[in-house]
Design a protein around this ligand. Structure first.
Ligand SMILES: O=C(O)c1ccccc1NCC(=O)[C@H](O)[C@H](O)COP(=O)(O)O
Length: 270
C-alpha cells in the first residue's frame, strides 16, 4: 500500500536511500524468539512490556549517541525491557546490520530490525526475530508479510491510521504497531494510538510506537489498549549533556504501573 499524501523531506530522503540499498543474495532463515511470549513474561513479572530501541540518532534527535549498541541493549534489558529494537538504517539513524547482529548475540530477548524494508531481498541481509514493515511504504504488503514469515521472521506491520490498519489486517498482520509520529511533519501525538487502537481485533498484538516519554504516557497508552510500547528517544536521551543512565531510563517506564493513582498536577513528566 503506498499513499500519495505528503511526506517530510527527511522521510523522502530515507525512502530514496532505501530504494537504492541492495538486498542480500542468499535467503535468510531464522529461528525467531517469540515477541508475544516475551511480552507475557514481562507482564507475569509485573513489568510493563517495553520494546526499548537502540537508536543512535534520527532526523528529529538533538544529537547522536556513540555508545556501543551492545552496552545499550544490555542496559535496556537490565532496566526490564521485554524486547529490543535496533535501527539498521545507516544514513539517517546511524544504524547498522552489524549492530543488530551483535545485539542479538548478546541478549536473550527478541530483537526487532527497525528499518525501511521495501522489497523481499531487503529481508535477506541479517537475522532478527522481528522485522518492521511500514504499511504506507510497501506496494505489496501481503507479499512482504508472507515473505517475512516464510523466513521465520515475525513481521511487525506499522500503521498510522484506520485505512492502514485495515490494509495490515488484510495482509494477515498479527503484530501491529501504531506510530504516533506523523510522517508528514514528524510530530508525535499520542491521540493517534487512541484513535486507531479501538478498531484493532483483540487477538492482534498491538504496539504503541513513538512519543512515549514518561510513566504517564505509558499509562495512557496502556489504558488505550497497548500490549507493548516501543520507545527510543526517551531512553536514549540524545540531547543530554550528562552521562545517560539507559537502564534507569528504561526502568522508569517498565515500572510505570497501569493503574497508578495520580492526579494531573503531579509532576509525572519529570
Ligand atoms: O524518530 C524519528 O525522528 C523518525 C523520523 C522519520 C521517520 C521515522 C522516525 N522514527 C522511527 C520510529 O518509528 C521511532 O524510532 C520509534 O517509534 C521510537 O520512537 P521514539 O520513542 O519517539 O524515539
Amino acid at each position: 500500500m503506498t499513499s500519495n499524501t505528503a511526506l517530510a523531506p527527511a522521510v523522502e530522503s530515507i525512502l530514496e536511500t532505501a530504494r537504492e540499498r541492495p538486498g542480500g543474495d542468499e535467503r535468510v532463515d531464522v529461528d525467531s524468539r517469540s515477541l508475544p511470549e516475551a511480552l507475557e513474561r514481562a507482564e507475569a513479572d509485573g513489568r510493563v512490556p517495553v520494546i526499548a530501541e537502540v537508536k543512535p540518532t534520527s532526523p528529529t534527535a538533538e544529537g547522536t549517541r556513540e555508545a556501543d549498541p551492545v552496552d545499550l541493549a544490555e542496559a535496556m534489558v537490565d532496566g526490564g525491557a521485554a524486547a529490543i529494537s535496533v535501527l539498521t538504517e545507516p544514513s539517517h539513524f546511524g544504524g547498522s546490520t552489524d549492530a543488530l547482529r551483535r545485539v542479538r548475540e548478546a541478549v536473550d530477548v527478541p530483537v526487532l530490525r527497525k528499518d525501511f524494508l521495501l522489497r523481499e531481498a531487503h529481508l535477506d541481509v541479517v537475522e532478527a526475530d522481528l522485522v518492521l514493515v511500514i504499511a504506507r511504504f510497501v506496494d505489496d504488503l501481503e507479499g512482504l508479510v508472507s515473505a517475512a514469515r516464510e523466513r521465520g521472521f515475525q513481521p511487525l506491520v506499522e500503521v498510522h491510521d484506520g485505512g492502514e490498519l485495515e490494509a495490515a489486517l488484510e495482509a494477515g498482520a498479527a503484530i501491529i504497531g501504531v506510530n504516533n509520529r506523523d510522517l508528514a511533519r514528524l510530530e508525535v501525538d499520542l491521540a493517534t494510538f487512541e484513535s486507531v487502537a479501538p478498531h484493532a481485533p483483540e487477538d492482534v498484538t498491538l504496539i504503541a510506537e513513538s512519543g512515549v516519554s514518561s510513566p504517564a504516557d505509558v499509562r495512557r497508552m496502556r489504558a488505550a489498549g497497548a500490549d507493548a510500547l516501543l520507545v527510543g528517544s526517551a531512553i536514549m536521551d540524545h540531547g543530554a549533556d550528562h552521562e545517560v543512565d539507559v537502564a534507569a531510563n528504561t526502568r522508569r517506564l517498565t515500572t510505570a504501573t497501569a493503574t497508578a493513582e495520580t492526579t494531573h498536577d503531579e509532576s509525572e513528566n519529570a
